[in-house]
Design a protein around this ligand. Sequence first.
Ligand SMILES: [Zn+2]
Length: 134
Amino acid sequence: MNLREALVTAIEFVREHGHHDARLQQAVKVLARKAERMREKAEARNATIEIDANAPTVLPRSMVITDYRGLYCRVCNRKKTECTAFCFECFYTLKPATRKALRLSFGEGFEQAYEIALAELDKQPVIFLEARPA
Ligand SMILES: [Zn+2]
């Protein structure tokens, strides 16, 4: 029985037997909250952000490469592994969709993803996302 089935069963039970049992009411509430959180997490895991690899960026490419190769996280100055965008802590503060975008290669959206991540971590500069003329 998965969480959803458990919830449905509990709701049916409440309908049949009334909902005067406080513990039962509490259990249903807890289940409902848990189901909602699971749904949100699944949604976040599957989310992706669309990256335009041609969008102009604030940081020059050379600076993004220097950050990427460097030993210090631009956001918090903690040590990081070479050839990663951020330190472990900052990286896992990002939304799953942003972390996913950081897997893009240089010239294929990494620079833009890096700026989106910086903005998400509340560090300027923010990506320049103005719509370009078609
Ligand atoms: Zn950091």
